[in-house]
Design a protein around this ligand. Structure first.
Ligand code: GZL
Length: 329
């Protein structure tokens, strides 16, 4: 009965839409019935956050009865572009992706629009001025995340002056060059740190959101910079790599050099509970259920908000100890 009702609804919907020239058939071309097929082009598997995000999307698609065509771009834009074009060829009902970088998407988004396939941005944003190229953007406010990190440093600046030289020397491990979270977190942090002129970023380099990248860049910072007080890492994984480099240099992470990161994945929260990281701003990867709800709405041609913000918080050591056991990722 439910399927009959659903079929009837989609027929009515298709009938009314046909009147306004929508030539998409009422059944999914990709699956041949009224179920929904989603093409999802994921950034890669570069971090604990990404792994948790992929798991959330895959599990939520299953729970929603949405057929998921999933591609892992290994952090390469050309692979995401290829995957999206393949989804268009396969005539999926909806495309979703987390753009590895902000730029270079207008052409492929126009191709999806011409093919009448709605697009949902999830996690990261694009710089397209034409917001008709996607139905909605579901993800965090990265500028706010960077701001929260900077505000915490300002609040406890005296403790952060580890070398007691009156200056708070920060080194920054940036995320992937050109990625929205890297650009925005840097912007938010720099905005917040202006409140205390003693805080200065002495060096800043991308670690590409990976643990190995964070370790290698931190090794170079430790060689080049004297008296580092604080590491600001754009994600936990680079912060965990920095911990390895700091310990290899015979220093105590969290004590000799304070560490602030963003994400709050299990490994990061464990290091925070152990005192090796000092503060973590949460970035919630569990976007799957909201994404599937949005997908059903856009396929049914219902209105959705242009922007859907995810809820998140921040943790100091005590909060991490209290939260660790119940963390889902
Ligand atoms: C943020 C996400 C970032 C995470 C990193 O929403 O795009 O990418 O902070 C991940 O851990 O690699």
């Amino acid at each position: 009965m439910k399927r009959l009702m659903a079929a009837a609804t989609s027929l009515v919907l298709a009938g009314s839409l046909a009147a306004c020239g929508d030539d998409k058939p009422e059944t999914s071309a990709a699956s041949g019935d009224d179920s929904i097929t989603m093409g999802f082009a994921q950034v890669g598997a570069e971090s604990g956050w990404r792994t948790a995000n992929t798991k959330s999307v895959q599990e939520a698609a299953k729970a929603a009865g949405i057929e998921l065509k999933f591609s892992d771009a290994q952090q390469k834009q050309e692979n995401q572009l290829k995957a999206i074009r393949s989804f268009i060829q396969q005539k999926v009902d909806v495309i979703s992706f987390s753009p590895v970088v902000e730029t270079g998407w207008d052409t492929v988004l126009m191709e999806a629009k011409r093919a009448n396939i709605p697009v949902i941005l999830t996690d990261r944003a694009v710089d397209s001025k034409d917001t008709s190229l996607y139905k909605t953007f579901l993800g965090s406010d990265f500028v706010l995340e960077g701001k929260k990190a900077g505000e915490w440093l300002v609040k406890q600046a005296d403790a952060a002056d580890v070398n007691k030289d009156g200056a708070i020397k920060v080194v920054e491990l940036q995320g992937t060059t050109g990625a929205a979270p890297a650009i925005d977190r840097k912007e938010g942090f720099e905005e917040a740190m202006k409140a205390n002129p003693k805080i200065a970023i002495a060096a800043s380099q991308t670690g590409d959101f990976t643990r190995d990248g964070g370790k290698k860049v931190m090794e170079s910072f430790l060689k080049a910079q004297k008296d580092i007080d604080v590491v600001f890492a754009h994600n936990d994984d680079m912060g965990l790599g920095a911990i390895e480099a700091i310990e290899a240099a015979g220093k105590k992470p969290g004590k000799d050099i304070q560490i602030i990161t963003i994400d709050a994945v299990k490994d990061g929260m464990t290091a925070l509970a152990e005192g090796k990281i000092n503060y973590i701003v949460e970035c919630n990867p569990l976007l799957g259920p909201q994404l599937m709800d949005l997908a059903k709405k856009v396929v049914a041609k219902q209105d959705v908000p242009q922007r859907v913000l995810t809820e998140e918080t921040a943790f100091d050591q005590a909060a991490a100890k209290a939260a660790l056991a119940s963390r889902q990722y």
